[in-house]
Design a protein around this ligand. Structure first.
Ligand code: COI
Length: 355
């Protein structure tokens, strides 16, 4: 793969948003990265160019068959002006696992890391440095070959775009309310639920819209076979503190292998808190709620960071967790994770990478 990344700087820099306008994914920086793939030639022409629309043939396979994958990562600016990323290679490895599942040719993780580094440095002045803000990094691949036959594309674009962000949820760091979905399902083992591909998110929109109409931020998916085991919340993995220990759904092939999920499991074990990765039924949670042992719940994700869950709605029953307030364990994990990500706390795991 060509390691020589060319850079074309924009002559028209955009106005940057005010910090209080940020929310999630509304603004994009001045530049983007793009690289092409052609069968027989491989990935080629890596380049940083001014942020701009791209032109695609209407027959491009991504529009018809959804052959696409993406990742979500963040860069942070410390008080001393250092630029930090959190476990970036874990995301790049997952990108290649998603590629493999969607029959997309593998990317060289070192080349992508170099592209990321160069692009973030080119747009360094867009990295917000207030608490709760960061530069969200969205690498993605789309199938661009213009043929309607259902077969893996022979042409692709790999791109990276950057967006200064605040909180993913309107609630900020306050607890979110989640609707446990009993009608629709997100994915099944053997499908693409453990790949980060657009179709998983499109499949969730209807349920999400219905939950939003009822006043909930997101839906919590149950498994597609038994319709009773907890899966994930689409934008985050989930954890529950029950009777002093922490439980989270095992990676069963239909949920996403979250980088924040993995980090939180390691962190809890480092703190000597017992964590179980296993099947968790909704009935088990309801039972734990009723007998007073369901102490806290929270979601984990790059965009969501650590999001406390204040209420679960299961078939009309409203389970208020920790009286709807952020629980002490969720707060402790949030403070630790954001502290090491922003360089204000020592990172005992070696997770943080300086660009
Ligand atoms: C992320 O956490 O980066 C995600 O990709 C979740 C979502 C915004 C789709």
């Amino acid at each position: 793969m060509d390691l020589n990344i060319s850079v074309e700087l924009t002559s028209a820099k955009k106005q940057k948003p005010e910090i209080d306008q940020l929310s999630f994914g509304k603004y994009f920086t001045d530049h983007m990265f793009i690289m092409d793939y052609d069968a027989g030639k491989g990935w080629h022409d890596p380049r940083i160019i001014p942020y701009q629309p791209i032109s695609l043939d209407p027959a491009a396979k991504v529009f018809h068959y959804g052959q696409t994958v993406f990742e979500g990562m963040k860069a942070y600016k410390t008080a001393e002006g250092r630029i930090l990323m959190f476990r970036p290679y874990k995301n790049l490895q997952r990108l290649n696992r998603s590629n493999a599942r969607l029959s997309i040719p593998a990317l060289d993780e070192n080349v992508i890391m170099e592209a990321l580094r160069k692009l973030v440095l080119v747009d360094e002045e867009w990295i917000p440095d207030e608490q709760g803000t960061s530069l969200y990094i969205r690498p993605f691949v789309i199938a661009t070959q213009a043929t309607l036959g259902v077969s893996p594309s022979e042409q692709y674009h790999f791109m990276i775009i950057l967006s200064p962000v605040g909180s993913y949820y309107a609630e900020g760091i306050n607890p979110v309310s989640i609707f446990v979905e009993s009608e629709y399902v997100r994915a099944v083992t053997g499908g693409v639920g453990n790949a980060k591909t657009g179709g998983n998110y499109a499949a969730g929109l209807k349920a999400q819209q219905e939950a939003t109409d009822k006043g909930y931020s997101q839906v919590l998916w149950l498994d597609g076979v038994h319709r009773k085991y907890i899966e994930e919340v689409g934008s985050m993995n989930v954890f529950f503190k029950v009777g002093g220990k922490v439980i989270t759904p095992a990676l069963n092939g239909s949920i996403l292998d979250g980088v924040t999920r993995d980090s939180v499991i390691q962190l809890l074990r480092y703190w000597d808190i017992e964590v179980e990765e296993r099947a968790i039924s909704i009935n088990e949670l309801v039972e734990a709620y009723r007998n007073g042992t369901l102490e806290e719940a929270f979601g984990t994700g790059t965009a969501a960071v650590i999001s406390p869950i204040g209420e679960l709605n299961w078939q009309g029953d409203k389970l208020a967790l920790n009286e709807g307030r952020t629980g002490p364990l969720s707060a402790k994990i949030y403070d630790f994770m954001t502290g090491i990500q922003r360089g204000t706390l020592e990172d005992p795991f070696g997770w943080v990478v300086k660009l």
